[in-house]
Design a protein around this ligand. Structure first.
Ligand code: COI
Length: 331
């Protein structure tokens, strides 16, 4: 059995070597190149391809892969929003993702950032770097004094809720598909509007599916409390960033944390040292004292990377054997 993997990064190699040692019967070949119509032929002769990229899996790309006989595709990440599912259906692709690699990685990061926003650490660090060790005016807010609205209570949202409870925050939540345990605790509000009206801080954990596109837009922001704090480590397209910038300018939004950005492909995970950002909005956001930008690193922990590699390769083997892994994507 042969598996061909695309986009393998150096930090994934130890996990890949570990997996290979545990599965010596599987031949593994890989490239650091991403899967494109041009690179698809590298997988020729493989039973399954393992991939991770933010670049779209277009009809052209999937056609090229199917043309070299590979229709088993195992993603090393959770998001499937960049797959052309119509094309995948046409070629009967078997697709898997890794829906639960480490909810803690993302939940922790988002809660660290939310805490940093509340304690104004960016402003404080900047002052300290300039040898200004005075307290005022950089006064913080305590988590336990906040009502935090959690939008999306899947695996990640639920870990975030537990962290928030540890801080003593009052948590309210919204999800179209409520979790029975949280429901029994009475954590849910019935509508997003209720959440917007009550929350001092809002953190998002919903997928970037079309119905959630620009969920946080001017209308939603207008329904939020004055001085609301917003944290998004879920998907960039959840935010109408122009509306967020307007909210920051007017003071309606007091602080904003983002680990994801609608136009992040080609921008995040690139080195812009000594270069101008190609996107003036990201330059503007990064320059603000009350905005924390991280380049889609919430997921990026040793545990998460190991799970992404191991689970995706396990699924690739299962597909190659004609089995359906538990993490097969139903589409
Ligand atoms: C995902 O798993 O879809 C993520 O958002 C993390 C990605 C950058 C690997």
């Amino acid at each position: 059995m042969k598996i061909f993997a695309y986009g393998i990064r150096d930090d994934e190699k130890p996990s890949l070597e570990e997996w290979k040692a545990a599965n010596p019967e599987v031949e593994v070949d890989y490239t650091q190149d991403l899967l494109t119509p041009e690179t698809a032929k590298l997988a020729e002769g493989a039973d399954s391809a393992v991939v991770y990229q933010q670049l779209d899996y277009t009809r052209e790309t999937l056609t090229a892969l199917a043309n070299v006989g590979v229709t088993n595709l195992s993603l090393r990440n959770v998001g499937t929003d960049n797959i052309d599912f119509d094309a995948a259906r046409e070629f009967s692709f078997n697709i898997s993702n890794v829906p639960v690699y480490s909810p803690n990685a993302i939940a922790e990061h988002s809660m660290i950032q939310l805490s940093r926003l509340l304690r104004r650490t960016k402003a404080l660090d900047a002052k300290i770097a300039k040898h200004d060790l005075r307290w005022a005016p950089t006064i913080g807010r305590e988590m336990r004094m906040q009502t935090v609205g959690v939008i999306g209570t899947g695996h990640i949202g639920r870990v975030a809720i537990n962290i928030l409870k540890g801080f003593g925050a009052k948590v309210i939540a919204y999800d179209k598909f409520p979790n029975a345990e949280l429901q029994a605790e009475g954590l849910y509000v019935d509508t997003l509007d209720e959440l917007y009206a009550q929350a001092d801080a809002i953190s998002l954990y919903v997928p970037g599916v079309p119905e959630n596109h620009h969920l946080i837009n001017a209308d939603a922001i207008s329904k939020m409390k004055d001085g609301v704090v917003i944290m998004n480590a879920a998907r960039g397209n959840l935010m109408d960033i122009d509306a967020v910038i307007d909210g920051l300018n007017s003071g309606k939004i007091s602080d904003f944390g983002m680990d994801v950005y609608e136009n992040e492909v080609g921008l995040f995970n690139e080195d812009w040292s000594d270069k101008e950002f190609p996107d003036p909005k990201i330059a503007d956001l990064i320059a603000r004292e009350n905005v924390l930008v991280t380049p889609h690193t919430a997921f990026y922990t040793t545990k998460a990377v190991l799970e992404m590699v191991h689970q995706s390769f396990d699924a690739a083997v299962a597909f190659a054997k004609g089995e359906t892994p538990a993490i097969a994507v139903k589409y």
